[in-house]
Design a protein. Structure first.
Length: 86
């Protein structure tokens, strides 16, 4: 247990940030999964729109829950899978 007022505050702030970051990661994962499902279904239009939405969510998470290079790698791999559909 915290012994100082500032320590107690840090515990609360950390808990709030943890909840926000968990939600952000979840949004990214969900969008990515939707894109992958659309790709596997074979519907090109749905796959393109889902991949575009996933790319948006991934790039918005840069600097918050994901490093820039990891985000770029995820977007690149999604784009490559969509391109293979043609």
């Amino acid at each position: 247990m915290a012994n100082h007022k500032s320590s107690e505050k840090r515990i609360l702030v950390t808990a709030k940030k943890n909840a926000v970051n968990t939600a952000r990661r979840s949004v990214v994962k969900t969008a990515t999964k939707k894109a992958l499902v659309a790709i596997e279904s074979g519907d090109k239009n749905a796959a393109v729109s889902a991949a575009r939405a996933a790319e948006s969510k991934i790039m918005k998470s840069v600097g918050k829950v994901m490093p820039k290079k990891r985000a770029a790698r995820k977007v690149s791999r999604l784009a490559k899978k969509v391109a293979k559909m043609a």
